[in-house]
Design a protein around this ligand. Structure first.
Ligand code: NAD
Ligand code: IPM
Ligand code: MN
Length: 352
């Protein structure tokens, strides 16, 4: 029997509630499909920061390195500045473990209240391939002339040839297993160094995939297309920031932030990959027991898929679909009155 060692970091706010439910579903799927998950829980969070002065211990990365997977809730909560909490935990983990792909699949889930709910599932099947280790997310820069009328800040972006090429290549390889179509998010009309470089590498990589239809689109127009003509998109590749923004938009048009999973993937397998929902800690509903656990449950399915437990992963997705279709155990974001626990329990019971 396969036994996987998983590090769980519930984190902050609703990250804690949804992780409890997702673990329940994952354990039930494991029992049904003949493997087990050995969980180790880490209390790394804003609460820890407040008590101990750091989001995670100094050797945090080393503590996680030997796990088969990392299951993360959400990081960030009012009281600790976001750049402190995120750069103290989530972003360093993505970088240390070379999780340079942030994979964010979106599909129209049944029973959603999305503005596009009338569209067919095929029209709304997409995956955002987000660069996850460099780009606009950079600590390089600084504040100048503080307190003077000519005060300003510089925020640098870093795009390396290796970094851009590998994420674009990943998108093309993925497209070959899907529709054979890649759309690159650019903004080379406004950003005169980074995005022309991105476009140049996109064209170079595309030349090696004559079987894949390659297209680039300015990210502003791409955002509109995602709402008005989503059927024209399948694999969407973007920089760290563009991919971040587009993934919340994609989540919103397919059912909401409570439904969108995400995988921070280390493609070489040298380090653990990390799975989490696209959404954050939702301070506005934290502590109320009403967060939608579906995104975290589907992130769990992505983790099982990554571990090679494909059948169990599909069983979880089917169970989620069944519960959403039945429509009696929906959380308030989906128009229902169920709690996080009730929806999690319903998915657990629906597992085959
Ligand atoms: P958010 O995703 O936490 O919330 C945005 C809106 O979506 C809120 O109205 C929230 O109630 C709703 N929402 C999100 N998830 C939901 C769910 N599962 N069920 C029902 N409703 C849900 O974004 P935010 O408010 O910008 O960020 C809150 C905090 O989370 C910040 O500190 C931010 O930096 C952090 N954050 C962390 C991650 C992460 O850990 N990966 C991701 C995004 C934001
Ligand atoms: C996400 C989040 C993070 C990101 C923030 C919290 C730093 O929005 O995982 O999408 O932008 O990567
Ligand atoms: Mn985001």
């Amino acid at each position: 029997m396969n036994d996987y060692r998983i590090a769980s970091i519930p984190g902050d706010g609703i990250g804690v509630d949804v992780t409890v439910e997702a673990r329940k579903v994952l354990d039930a799927a494991a029992a049904k499909h003949g493997f087990s998950l050995a969980w180790n829980e880490f209390d790394w969070s804003c609460e820890r920061y407040t008590k101990a002065g750091a989001m995670m211990p100094d050797d945090g990365v080393d503590q996680l390195a030997a796990f088969d997977g990392i299951f993360l809730g959400a990081v960030g909560f009012p009281g600790v500045p976001d750049h402190v909490s995120l750069w103290g935990l989530l972003i360093p983990l993505r970088r240390a473990f070379q999780q340079y792909v942030n994979l964010r699949p979106v599909r129209l889930l049944p029973g959603t209240t999305s503005v596009l709910a009338g569209r067919s599932a095929e029209e709304l099947e997409m995956v955002i391939v987000r660069e996850n280790s460099e780009g606009e997310y950079s600590a390089i820069g600084g504040r100048h002339n503080t307190g003077r009328p000519d005060e300003f800040v510089l925020q640098e972006s870093v795009f390396t040839r290796v970094g851009v090429e590998r994420i674009i290549r990943y998108a093309f390889e993925l497209a070959r297993t899907r529709s054979g179509r890649v759309t690159s998010a650019t903004k080379s009309n406004g950003l005169i160094h980074s995005m022309p470089f991105w476009d140049e590498i996109f064209a170079e990589v595309a030349a090696g995939y004559p079987d894949v239809r390659a297209e680039q689109c300015h990210v502003d127009a791409l955002a509109a297309r995602m709402v008005q003509a989503p059927e024209r998109l399948d694999v969407v590749v973007g920089s760290n920031l563009f991919g971040d923004i587009l993934s919340d938009l994609a989540a919103a048009v397919t059912g909401g932030l409570g439904m969108a999973p995400s995988g921070n993937i280390n493609p070489s397998g040298e380090y653990p990959s990390m799975f989490e929902a696209v959404h954050g800690s939702a301070p506005d509903i934290a502590g109320q027991g009403i967060a939608n656990p579906v995104a975290q449950i589907l992130a769990g399915a992505m983790m099982l898929e990554h571990l090679g437990e494909t059948v169990a992963a599909q069983a979880i997705r089917t169970a989620v679909d069944e519960v959403l279709t039945a429509g009696t155990e929906l959380t308030p974001d989906l128009g229902g009155t169920a709690t996080t626990t009730r929806l999690g329990t319903a998915v657990t019971k629906a597992l085959h």
